[in-house]
Design a protein. Structure first.
Ligand code: NOJ
Length: 497
């Protein structure tokens, strides 16, 4: 169970702006509740990963408050990245870098005497000043934070923006938009703010630290890094254990694209002896039940709102179920995002006034942002806020049509997405699919088929139904098979080979 940040925070970026790394925000509970949650999870055989946000703190963090109160050049400022501006009055930002959420990555602050002063770097929101990882004090502080949570019993950390901690020393200008904002480009030079070689020493230190604790502990990198070989560097034997595979999440829903990304991912992690990971949805992207239903040719959106091309709900869900069943049959670790087990779509018609993602404002409305995938999930069809809380108030508005996705409408119902996930996870464990190995089977161009252990997996991406090999007995399929047992379009089948 991976929990996104629950620490005290002004919530400028849904908790990824941490004001105190060693406590729980009162909107979620208290430290004692975190302890109890960890204990209760452990009692049920579940393990808990907490989110560690080391690239930046909140601007409400005591270090940043101290930095702002200090004059330029004071050591308190050196924990962050403060620079003089360009131009005669220093009125221009120190370089060309942009915030991932839109707008400049620098904000100017007044000197303690009130006159316009230096600028500080924030690769994300203005409320998320970047830390200076060249400073030993910063490194020591985070090792202490790791220990704090390990001592409380957590089983590991999901490391936020793992590719961003170290910046190229000269903070050289970067010319957009030749390269994507986050992550190294597939070709060409690497942006000076991402995936610098210096980050790896930090993770080697952390690996030693977590290894000094008994039992299994895990470090998982959130690193938007390409190509797969650069990402694999984060999971070398003495660094992190796993890294999210965003190239997989971004791959098109076609047989050649899926074949290519699966093969490439396995090769890259095999080369360093780490498990491959798979992910289709998370709190930063359009839910895959909607993404896969977008009209052909729609560029991958950062959020969907009124007036944008709307997904086809039926096509999206059908493909999402097929994609999930394909993913859960692959060797490696699969990450699921809350709500996907209900087949939940993105909220694609949210009132723009309700949006909280800083992206919406910072991009001047050019990008809707991530609120649509973060709406509280429906537990009970007929309860206030579908069972999220005691009233209809929920921190992001829930669409009226979500009753049909509620857990209590799906539990025990044959064919429900929730029951598909349960059956798939059970079979995955029973057949050791996550620990297996994959061998491809020759098929038509629009079809992917492989064996993993004693199972045969077939996904049909084409328009025409396809037959299973003679003797294959279907165990589970993402949608109904044809009456003659053939596999229709956008369906995955697990069969006994
Ligand atoms: C990645 C997190 O997943 C995202 O939600 C957050 O906005 C950024 N890192 C900044 O912390």
């Amino acid at each position: 169970m991976w929990l996104s940040p629950f620490y005290p925070s002004p919530q400028a970026d849904a908790g990824y702006d941490v004001a105190d790394y060693r406590d729980v925000d009162p909107i979620f509970g208290r430290l004692a509740d975190a302890d109890e949650l960890i204990a209760q999870a452990h009692a049920r055989g579940l393990r808990v990963i907490v989110d560690l946000v080391p690239n930046h703190t909140s601007s409400a963090h005591p270090w940043f408050v101290e930095a702002l109160a200090a004059p330029a050049g004071d050591p308190a400022r050196n924990r962050y990245i403060f620079r003089d501006g360009r131009g005669p009055d220093g009125a221009e930002p120190p370089n060309t870098w942009r915030s991932v959420f839109g707008g400049p990555a620098w904000t100017r602050v007044p000197d303690p005497d009130g006159r316009p002063g230096q600028w500080y770097l924030h690769l994300f929101d203005v409320g998320q000043p970047d830390l200076n990882w060249d400073l030993p004090e910063v490194r020591a502080e985070f090792e202490d934070i790791l220990r704090f949570w390990l001592d409380r019993g957590v089983d590991g950390f999901r490391v936020d923006v793992a590719h961003g901690l170290v910046k190229q020393a000269d903070l050289a200008d970067w010319h957009y938009p030749e390269e994507p904002l986050s992550g190294g480009g597939r070709t060409g030079p690497r942006p000076p703010m991402w995936d610098q070689d210096g980050v790896h020493a930090i993770y080697r230190d952390w690996r030693r630290l977590v290894d000094s604790y008994p039992g299994d502990r895990i470090l998982v990198a959130e690193a938007w890094v390409q190509p797969a070989e650069r990402l694999a560097a984060y999971v070398r034997p003495d660094e992190m254990h796993q890294a999210f595979n965003f190239e997989y999440l971004l791959a098109a829903w076609t047989a050649p694209a899926q074949y290519a990304v699966i093969t490439r991912s396995l090769e890259a992690t095999d080369a360093v002896g780490a498990p491959t990971t798979w992910v289709l949805s998370n709190h930063d992207v359009v839910r895959h039940a909607s993404r896969l239903g977008l009209p052909p040719g729609t560029p991958r959106p950062n959020g969907i709102g009124v007036g944008d091309p709307q997904p086809d709900t039926a096509v999206g869900l059908r493909r999402a179920r097929a994609a999930t069943l394909l993913m859960l049959s692959l060797p490696g670790s699969a990450y699921l995002y809350q709500g996907e087990e209900l087949g939940l779509p993105e909220h694609t018609t949210m009132d723009d006034d309700a949006r909280q993602d800083p992206t919406w404002k910072r991009s001047d409305g050019a990008e809707r942002g991530r609120d649509g995938c973060r709406v509280p999930i429906p537990w009970e069809a007929d309860a206030p806020s579908y069972g999220f809380g005691p009233t209809d108030a929920s921190w992001l508005p829930q669409p009226a049509l979500w009753a049909e996705y509620a857990l209590d409408r799906q539990r025990g119902v044959a064919g429900a997405t929730y029951e598909l996930y349960r059956a798939a996870l059970m079979l995955r464990r029973e057949h050791g699919l996550g620990r297996g190995a994959l061998s491809w089977v020759d098929t038509a161009d629009d079809v992917l088929a492989f064996r993993n252990g004693d199972l045969l997996v077939v996904t049909n991406f084409g328009a025409e139904s396809v037959g299973l090999p003679a003797g294959a007995q279907p165990l589970l399929s993402s949608g109904p098979l044809d009456s003659d047992g053939r596999v229709p379009t956008d369906v995955t089948v697990w069969a006994r080979a």
